[in-house]
Structures are given as C-alpha cells and as structure tokens.
Design a protein around this ligand. Structure first.
Ligand SMILES: [Zn+2]
Length: 449
C-alpha cells in the first residue's frame, strides 16, 4: 500500500487467512436496546468522537455508510434464530453482491444515509445485530459496561450476546473509575451524619498528627469500599480498565499516602472522581487487584472523546507505572493513536505491555488504519498486538471493525512479506495471532479460534 505494495497473490492469500479467522474482540462496549419510544443512535454518531456529532465528512464516515448500505442490502442470513448455528461456520465479512433493496443505488452520501437510517430503524436492533455479528465472525468479545447508558435504553447483557447472537464467549471488563465512584457514593451515604462533604477542607498536616483530619477515616473507608467492589472479582470479569487519561492524564503519581488521599476525599463535590490524587489511588488499587487475580489492566491511551486532553494521553507517561508493576499485564488501548509508535516501543521493551489496535480501526481512513498497524509492527512484537472494535451503543461498529481490521492487518502483514521481514507462513501465523490467539492467551479464556 505504501513503499512495498505486496504482490496480489500474497495479499489475497493473507486476506483469506484473515477471513477464515474468528475474531477475539478484546475491547468493546455493550450495544443498547431501545424501548419503543427511543431510537438506535445514528451511524454518524457512532463514527465520530465529537459531541454532538457533526455532519460527517470524515473518510471513515463516507466509507462506513457504504459498508452498512451493502450489508443491509445483502441477502438476509438464512435464519435469525441462530441458536443451532455451528460456530465453525459463522459467516465472514459479507462480500456477497448486494440484493437490490432499492430500485437503484443511491447517488449521494445523503441519499445513502437516508436509506441506511430508514432501514436500520425499520428492521430494529436485534435483526441489525444478527446481521452485523453474523458478518463479523466473532469468537469472543470482552465488554466494558462502565459507559453511561442513556435514559430509555438498556445495555445488552452478556447472556444475550452469547445466546441470541451466538458468540461463544462474552466476558466483562470492569472499569475501575466507575467502581470507585460507586464506592465513594456508598461511603458518603453511610457518613451523611458525619457531614462528609460539608467538612471544612483542612490542609494536610506536616507538623504533627493531631491536626490530621479524622485520622484518615475517609481514606480508609474509601479504600475498603472500593476493595469490596473489586475483590473478589465480580462474576464474568476477565480484565480491569482505567480511564485515567480522561481524569487528568496518564502522568500518575502512585506514591501518595493516606494523608493526601484524606485531603482529596474531603474536597470531593459530586460523584465524578476527577481529583488526581484519588484517580492515582484508584489506579494503584486496580493494579494491585490485577496482580492478585492475574487479569490484565486495559488503559485508555491516545485519542478519544472531546473531554480528553490528548497531550496527557501519551502512553510514555505510564513509564513509572509500568516499571512499578512489571508483573501486571497492561493493555494500551486504541493503538494509542496518534502515539502508536510510542506505544509500540513500550510493548517492545516492557514484558507486560500489550498494544490494542481498536478504535483506530475503524475510525481512521483506510490508509490511516494501515499506517497505524504498520507503525505498530515496526517494533512491537507480533505476539503483543491485539484486535478490538471498541464498538458501543449500536451493533454496526462490531461489523465495520471486523471487516477493516481483517483487511488492514492482512495488508500490513503482506507488506512485511514483500519487504522481507516475514515469510508467507510466518505472515499467516502473525495474522491469526493478532486477530485472536494473542488475546486467548492473555485473557486465559477457553476459546478455540
Ligand atoms: Zn472503549
């Protein structure tokens, strides 16, 4: 695609391997089930991190609109009651020529969007989900259910994902900041007569213990409440996740003691945890729990929603965290884009660091996705790269990420064959590793891929 376009037979051989590999989606979110009065989010809202979503002229939106049009226009899967389907024959990216759902193909983006949105609304969320998941070919999905669920919808359950969508394995990723907020709310409620939040904010004492507020009572209660939520790991949880990048950034000071924490907790107003000292404490506790239960900690890195300070989401800021917990597996999410090279370097030099490629796939242009995977492959071990969709809210992105994940990973690996880094059999194995096998090993799940 760039300097070394692969011969077409290499590329097509590797695309065939990618198409034949069932995916392990190591980071996504539950899609939502609207009630009769609410709607599926529009595709344009799923394909931008802007809030509110602006009329989209990103390349990803042009491309995805056509992809979903073709998916919806294609012949329906044989049956929506897929409970008897053999998972070894899950459909792969649906390239069948579209059946004519409309008398003529739309001429413009807005015409395509109108048809796509009308069709999505008409068929409803479950048939849409069945179409998307069937075409995606997914063996396992890990869902972070800590995202806000808007009024009037509910998040699909793990059980529904496995039974109604025939995904063999669906497990939970626990968002530690969300658990910390729930823990904090519990503790504040229990302490209402002691006026937790009305207490005057006392400066930390450096001269003696007599002025230390409540003898670090808040700190101890908060830690105990959060520990109770994380230990033992709740049913179905196979990884933890931190969004510290959204709460002040990844330059975390894990050295703070109870005195600073007590002071920070006394200053808490509202339920959202933003204080840097509290966030650092939560991440430290998350790392301890991850070590105790031998589960990976996923960390949001790189681009994201509008409330993210991108400059503080560079994974190199995690150096001291990673060095302090060398025995915890840490997954840098979202290709850390645009810090993909930095993240790849961390995966190369720290044994416990892995690099996920989701969100960059499928939110970038095709060449952008290719370059991100290519940049990761410059130095990151192949065994440290992981596929994900970061899908949320609606089923469409599970399909879009699967389609383009397979294609760009195959293309980047094919380029490595052409340039002489890999031979064809190594390349085939690399594709299976990135799409599924690395995650099976990392998350220790009983999945056959
Ligand atoms: Zn996510």
């Amino acid at each position: 695609m760039d300097a070394f376009p692969p011969p077409s037979d290499t590329l097509s051989a590797l695309e065939a391997i990618a198409d034949a590999t069932l995916l392990f989606d190591n980071h996504a979110h539950p899609f939502h089930l609207p009630n009769p009065k609410t709607h599926l989010p529009r595709l344009r809202a799923l394909l931008t991190e802007a809030a509110p979503p602006h009329p989209s002229s990103t390349l990803a939106f042009y491309r995805s609109l056509r992809d979903i049009y073709r998916l919806l226009a294609a012949e329906s899967p044989p049956s929506s009651s897929s409970s008897t389907r053999d998972t070894s024959s899950i459909g792969y990216p649906n390239e069948a020529p579209p059946q004519v759902a409309h008398p003529h193909a739309p001429d413009t983006q807005s015409e395509t969007e109108t048809i796509v949105e009308e069709t999505r609304a008409r068929i409803g969320v479950w048939p849409l989900a069945e179409r998307c998941f069937s075409a995606a070919g997914i063996a396992a999905v890990l869902l972070d259910d800590g995202l806000h669920v808007p009024r009037g919808v509910r998040a699909v359950s793990l059980e529904e994902v496995t039974t109604r969508l025939n995904i063999p394995v669906a497990k939970r990723v626990l968002r530690i900041e969300k658990e910390a907020e729930l823990a904090l709310a519990d503790v504040i409620r229990e302490n209402e007569y002691q006026a937790w939040s009305r207490a005057p904010r006392e400066p930390p004492s450096h001269t003696g213990t007599e002025k230390r507020p409540r003898n670090a009572m808040r700190a101890r209660q908060f830690r105990a409440a959060l520990t109770a939520r994380l230990c033992p790991l709740p049913e179905g949880v196979v990884a933890l996740k931190s969004i510290a990048a959204y709460r002040g950034g990844l330059d975390l000071d894990l050295e703070g003691g109870d005195e600073e924490l007590e002071e920070a907790l006394a200053g808490v107003r509202g339920e959202r945890i933003e204080d840097r000292v509290i966030v650092a404490c939560v991440v430290r506790m998350g790392l301890e729990v991850a070590r105790q239960y031998k589960v990976p900690l996923q960390i949001h890195c790189g681009f994201g929603d509008t409330d993210l300070d991108l400059g503080r989401a560079n994974p190199v800021l995690l150096k001291s965290v990673v060095e302090r917990y060398p025995d915890v597996d840490i997954v840098l999410l979202h290709a850390a884009w645009p810090y993909t090279r930095e993240a790849a370097h961390m995966a190369a030099v720290h044994p416990g660091v892995y690099l996920d490629l989701g969100l960059a796939i499928p939110l970038l242009s095709v060449r952008g996705m290719f370059r991100a995977v290519d940049a990761a492959l410059e130095i990151a071990p192949v065994a440290k790269l992981l596929y994900s969709s970061d899908a949320h809210s609606a089923p469409d992105v599970f399909y879009l990420a699967a389609r383009w994940g397979r294609r760009v990973i195959a293309a980047a690996v094919a380029a490595a064959v052409t340039s002489g880094d890999l031979d064809l059999s190594e390349a085939k194995s690399a594709i299976r590793m990135i799409l599924a096998e690395n995650a099976v090993r990392l998350y220790r799940l009983p999945v056959t891929v």
